[in-house]
Design a protein around this ligand. Structure first.
Ligand code: IPD
Ligand code: CA
Ligand code: CA
Length: 260
């Protein structure tokens, strides 16, 4: 199912990735959404391109993109996308960023595509159809000991207000795992759990466009994706935990759910 949409999302993500590549390590025109929350001309150009393609190919569908917002993603067919996930990396010339595009129906991801243009790596999944990297099936790791796990996390832009909640968990994860990384692209973090490079990913305060594609890819690759209490993930949750499934219960015991 959703073959047409998946093919379209792959094509659009690759072309949007090309837009980013053409602007990578060039002089940027940077504006600010918050003190450390940047937007570059590449975010805007990629968003504009993705919107135009969706309007042309699926005129009846709605859209929800990071830079220009849009429809309520919890109802009907909505394309939820991040035109550049990893903006801070991109703006500093670090080669870790991606385009993320998902089709959600009534808030549930049905198609997910994450494209990393520098490595030309395209991660994709459709609901119940498995997960792929450049068309080849991928699956999560089989590591079952937390002491052998490589974990990744991220920090929201409003760190000052949540630092006290983040630090105790980070401390425990650093001590108990083989290592903790912070890549700066949640979409890629999720795909790297899907491909078995990471065993655990956790983060608070992500937005639907950060996770709508990657969470589907991680779960279709055999991972488990939930909130911090182990309850099923949904794209508007305050927290996300994605693991290779073997380590899930153990990590749930470490993480404390965010109070809403
Ligand atoms: C950010 C990245 C980062 C995560 C932030 C996100 P952006 O998205 O995914 O890894 O830690 O919380 O906002 O702003 O680069 O699209
Ligand atoms: Ca993002
Ligand atoms: Ca973004």
């Amino acid at each position: 199912m959703f073959e047409k949409e998946a093919k379209f999302a792959v094509e659009v993500a690759k072309n949007a990735g090309q837009i980013l590549l053409e602007r990578f390590r060039k002089k940027h025109n940077i504006t600010f959404k918050g003190p450390v929350d940047l937007v570059t001309e590449a975010d805007l150009a990629s968003e504009k391109f993705i919107r135009k393609e969706i309007e042309k190919n699926f005129p009846a569908d709605s859209m929800h993109g990071e830079e220009s917002g849009g429809s309520d993603f919890s109802k009907g067919r909505v394309w939820v996308f991040d035109p550049l996930d990893g903006t801070t990396n991109f703006a500093h010339g670090l080669p870790i960023f991606a385009v993320s595009i998902a089709l959600c129906i009534d808030g549930m991801s049905k198609v997910g595509v994450v494209y990393q243009p520098l490595l030309k790596e395209c991660f994709s999944a459709t609901e119940k159809g498995g997960a792929f990297l450049n068309g080849e099936p991928i699956s999560v790791s089989h590591r079952a000991k937390i002491s052998e796990a490589l974990a990744v996390t991220g920090f929201p832009y409003n760190t000052a207000s949540c630092i006290n909640g983040i630090m105790p968990e980070l401390r425990k994860m650093i001590i108990q795992t083989r290592g903790v990384r912070r890549l700066g692209s949640a979409a890629m973090d999720l795909c790297y759990v899907a491909a078995g490079y990471f065993d655990i990913f956790w983060e608070i305060d992500l937005k639907p466009w950060d996770v709508a594609a990657g969470a589907l890819i991680a779960s279709e690759a055999g991972g488990k994706v939930s909130d911090y209490s182990g309850e099923p993930h949904s794209i508007d949750r305050k927290e996300i935990l994605a693991t290779n499934s073997y380590l899930h219960e153990e990590v749930v015991k470490i993480l404390k759910p965010v109070q809403s």
